[in-house]
Design a protein around this ligand. Sequence first.
Ligand code: NAD
Ligand code: ZN
Length: 341
Amino acid sequence: MKCLVKNESAVGLTLKEKEKPSPKDNEILIKVKKAAICGTDLHIWNWDSWAQEKIKPPMTVGHEFMGVIEEVGKKIKNFKIGDRVSVESHITGTKSRNARAGKLHLDPDTVNLGVDTDGAFAEYVKVPESNVVPLPDSVSDEVGAILDPFGNAVHATLSFDLVGEDVLITGAGPIGIMSAAIAEHVGARRILLTDVNDHRLELAKKVCSAELLNPTNSSISEKMKDMGLKEGFDIGLEMSGSEFALRDMVDNMIMGGKVALLGIPSKEIKIDLNKIIFKALNLKAIYGREIYETWYKGLALIDSGLKIEEIITHRFKFEDYKKAFDLLNKGKAGKVILSWD
Ligand code: NAD
Ligand code: ZN
């Protein structure tokens, strides 16, 4: 089978031929149809310091995807050949306190598909049965391929009660934009979404109707007043990983406001803790998504009319992967799909 592999300690990925995997008794082999490129894949492509530390070449990358079941292990009872499925990319352990308590997303023994073990930028991928999520007919193949980042957005955004609240979202990447759409869908009052990249703000207009702002041209505090907010935002969703964005967010929160931190800074950042303490802010760090409650909620949101497909801006055949990564590195795309079918 064909697959995209980080073959050596260098920038880029290599299209390689590998043997088709064989599922163990408790595993399922999936024929990949659509896969999406994640920011994580971009880090791996660019071979930055995080990737150099984390990835052990040769490794097949990719973790956001959907496909059709090709083969099932001997012990599989709940799935059959031909089922349309997506996959939770965190393969969790069973021994830790959190895993045993059912808090799988907090299991320290988690293995990440496409990062720690061979992933889904391939014609076939095998995963444990417990990671497989059936796709309802109402979810298209392309949306099925972006349920992983959508899950990050769902988990972060639904961390707090948003009904009637004013929400600041910093970072209009795919996750920030989908978060704005979710906040709107569940009844937030006013939503401000910021990004330093105007291209991303333009894309946001297709998916949500949040107020938009580029903080390099104008200030959040001025915009907040224009929006009729007097004391600050009730809820903050930090989805950029930018030190400046986080500081700006803290400055513009209401006393006792709630902040979810999802964005991953590329290096250690500085923040004045006193501002957080004297505003009595509640900070919640987000890692991944709740397994499998977030999947349930996310699919329910889509079922109840939430539309996210416009976040997908480009489609390529997997052979054209270089063009896809190039486009993403230029910051000129939302979600990009690689077709494997
Ligand atoms: P992305 O990189 O596509 O989007 C981040 C956006 O933030 C970009 O559009 C960028 O222009 C913008 N930005 C940069 N500086 C800014 C500033 N000062 N103010 C406002 N916006 C600014 O990433 P994504 O795929 O949408 O993911 C969002 C973030 O979440 C990334 O940092 C990603 O690494 C992280 N992430 C975290 C988890 C987790 O489990 N915690 C999971 C997935 C992704
Ligand atoms: Zn991802």
